[in-house]
Design a protein around this ligand. Sequence first.
Ligand SMILES: [Mg+2]
Length: 218
Amino acid sequence: MVRAVCFDLDGTLFDDEQYVRAGLREAARALEAETGRDLHEEFVAAYFDDGVREGTFDHVLEAEGLSTEHVPTLVTAYHDSDEPLTPYPESRPVLERLATEHDLGLLTGGRNGRSKLERLSLAGYFDAVVVTADMGASKRTAEPFRRLLEELDADPEEAVYVGDRPPLDVVQPNRLGIYTVLVTTGFRTADPTSAAESPDATIDRLDELPDTVAALGD
Ligand SMILES: [Mg+2]
């Protein structure tokens, strides 16, 4: 019997490109306030067109002849953006439907997990929320998954975990015996590269999840 259905956040319940775009806008505003230069388009091009996903601000500031001493301010501004975020259109209906028969859990490894939940107005759906940063852990360890199950009072074989990135969302729940579902919507999703990363089920969109869970039976 499936007692608890648990979710990753970024790329699973909302398109996390929004978070990046809002953050880059906020960082560009902060840079303009400090230097008078508007590099918003350059930040977006570096991140999305050139694929500079790490050290994006260093990369652009150096290319534009500006000091990298501004980087810490830009990183803070990026994560402090409080623009509203929008869930995928199917997220609320799926959560509402599953909540009628199951407890719902959320486990996120991203920075600012709780503030993202608020910006998405999704917090009210969950019976338990675990943010790995709050416990100094990562989804590459079993601990946060165990914590979530504890809070939901569910055994691993009574739980489902749904996420978009196999190394973070499949490996540990597989090891614990949780039923794993890979949803391939997020812009960072990838195919599994090993048996350890292979989920029990793969879906293209979240609205396939209720049928997947129902098929696991009573
Ligand atoms: Mg994710």
